[in-house]
Design a protein around this ligand. Structure first.
Ligand code: DON
Length: 569
């Protein structure tokens, strides 16, 4: 085992390489935003994770080995969303052009009940679905990462996971953003845990302080040595169940033993000659982006102008209608019938926009879901990887809120998700993202909660063209949609497309969110004159993407809203 250090943007990056046929010195490793590489690239929310993933590529691993390594590295280096206690969704495209999606979304435990978050008067019990042990769904990430790796990976798991074990045990310097973020939830960690957790130290965190996670290192070792059993049974499972019993947690040994990731048929569609491949339910993301693009294909100006009031008004009105559909129709396809083909059908979409007024906003109160006759039977993280053969993977993974429910499994050192809040606790009542759900997304034992995660891959002329995705709760869909248009319509390069200002409408509440610093005031005035109700937000989404450019090279888009970083060679 040899170690190399290199420094970019004043961040010391630790890259652990087991040198076999090649050495680090053989390659020019690049790190930064907007970089261009020829042989492989990882773009993720943390420089440590992008570095570890790239190290695996250099060692001869393919994109899927690198993705598994990056996912484990994010669980260590980016505890706000990287995880082994949460779940995720992946879109995969191999170098032969075959694609697949893997669902490792959390599931409701078997003893979950429809009204579990309601009191005797049927009122929502505040915080129960977000801040308690009952907020956690059965984690899916470990099953998903290992399933993806066993199907598509080429290097042994041991090699893939070891850099993350070392990173957890030896620690890494937190970034300035991470220090602030950890300090902001210090009280939650103290109040919700009856044992010491690595995220709280005697003093407040400062940039450069070392975060060491010894218990997590041991959990990762059990996964290294025993595969999924190292997490879903044995001592890790015992620790999870013991943690649940400290409060109102529901996850038991059976829930853990019975969890499995599910391969699902991708949602695909064409937009102006590009093929979009994305995630099907239980995420709404793929369907919604396909609906939005379907509307744009028919209705966007022949010569679109980025953030012109005409284009933005059209996009807002499309988002309003598509989020209304999301709220009514979408849920776990293993439990409810979802008319996916009808929802993305062009005639349906044209009909959906039939009351669109180019000069005036419509009111969400008057917009409901579309009518389909006889239906056929805000913290997450996304990363994108492409290798030298153009194998590609888009992987979005989440604990739901920042640090999930802020409860660390004692002895196992990882955070639990609060994904149960993505269910509709009570029809018509909003979740933490203001999303209103219906019966299709009610809590049921063993059901997967509806997601907005939208990992996506784009093909041009049957070749790989783009890999992208974003965190951001309900804003994920609009972030991916607008990044796609930025490249496909507004001629931006990948970094520009990712950094460009964004806006968001989700039907209810009837507001258009704009990023505070970036909104153009002429545009805002015009939109307000049309009747749009504008609200400011510090940021929307955090897209990490890669695009293939001339000569098959890879161009990075690492979102400058965060510490996101591309690494490649
Ligand atoms: O699956 C979902 O849609 C949400 N749990 C995602 C949460 C999220 O993106 C939070 N990030 N900022």
């Amino acid at each position: 085992m040899r170690r190399y250090f290199f420094c970019v943007n004043a961040i010391l990056l630790l890259l652990v390489l087991t040198v076999s046929s090649c050495t680090y010195e053989d390659y020019e490793i690049k790190q930064g935003r907007g970089i261009v590489c020829s042989n492989g690239m990882v773009v993720s929310a943390h420089p440590e994770a992008s570095g570890i993933g790239t190290g695996i590529l250099i060692e001869g691993g393919n994109a899927f080995d690198a993705a598994a390594a990056t996912a484990f590295a994010l669980a260590v280096s980016y505890p706000t969303a990287g995880n082994i206690g949460g779940g995720g969704l992946m879109v995969i495209r191999d170098s032969d052009g075959r694609y697949a999606t893997l669902d490792c979304r959390e599931k409701a435990p078997d003893s979950a009940m429809n009204d579990m978050y309601l009191d005797e008067e049927d009122n929502i019990i505040k915080g129960m679905s977000t801040s308690t042990l009952a907020a956690s769904g059965v984690p899916g990430s470990v099953a998903g990462i290992l399933e993806m790796h066993s199907e598509y990976g080429s290097l042994p798991l041991k090699k893939i996971i070891q850099p993350s074990i070392d990173l957890a045990r030896e620690g890494f310097p937190v970034t300035s953003r991470q220090a602030k973020s950890l300090n902001s939830v210090r009280k939650r960690f103290i109040n919700r845990n009856d044992h010491p957790v690595p995220f709280v130290k005697d003093n407040l965190w400062a940039e450069g302080d070392t975060l060491i996670q010894a218990d997590l290192a041991r959990t990762l070792e059990r996964i290294r040595d025993n595969g999924t059993e190292g997490f879903y049974s044995g001592s890790t499972a015992d620790m999870i169940v013991k943690e649940m019993k400290k409060g109102n947690g529901l996850i038991n040994h059976n829930d853990l033993e019975n969890y499995s990731a599910v391969w699902r048929e991708p949602v695909t569609g064409m937009y102006s000659g590009y093929k979009i491949i994305s995630i099907p339910p239980p995420s709404s993301g793929g369907v919604a982006v396909m609906q939005l693009l379907g509307i744009m294909e028919d209705m966007l100006n022949e010569q679109p102008v980025f953030h012109s009031s005409e284009d933005v008004h059209l996009m807002i009105e499309a988002e309003r209608r598509i989020y209304a559909d999301r709220s009514f129709y979408l849920g776990d396809p293993d439990f409810v019938e979802i008319p996916v083909n009808e929802l993305v059908n062009k005639d349906y979409l044209i009909d959906r926009m039939s009351d669109f007024d180019t000069l005036k906003t419509s009111s969400s109160a008057n917009i409901s879901h579309g009518l389909i006759v006889a239906p056929e039977s805000e913290e997450t993280t996304h990363f994108s990887v492409i290798d030298k053969d153009h194998n590609a993977i888009a992987f979005t993974t989440t604990l739901n809120s920042s640090y999930g429910n802020c409860i660390v499994v004692e002895g196992a050192g990882f955070l639990l998700n609060n994904e149960m809040d993505d269910f509709s606790s009570k029809p018509g009542y909003p979740n933490i993202y203001g999303l209103i759900g219906g019966e299709a997304n009610s809590v049921q034992p063993g059901k997967r909660m509806l997601s907005s995660m939208t990992p996506a891959i784009v093909e041009k002329d049957n070749n790989l063209y783009m890999v992208l995705g974003s965190p951001g709760g309900s804003t994920i869909i609009t972030s991916v949609f607008q990044t796609l248009l930025n490249v496909l319509e507004y001629q931006m390069n990948m970094q520009q497309a990712v950094d460009a200002p964004r806006f968001h409408h989700q039907w209810m509440p009837d507001l258009v969110y704009f990023e505070k610093l970036e909104a153009d005031s002429v545009l805002i005035r015009k939109l307000e004159n049309m009747g749009h109700n504008i609200q400011w937000r510090s940021s929307i989404g955090r897209v990490d993407a890669i695009r293939i450019i001339k000569g098959g090279k890879m161009e990075a888009g690492a979102d400058s809203r965060g510490d996101d970083m591309a690494c490649g060679y």
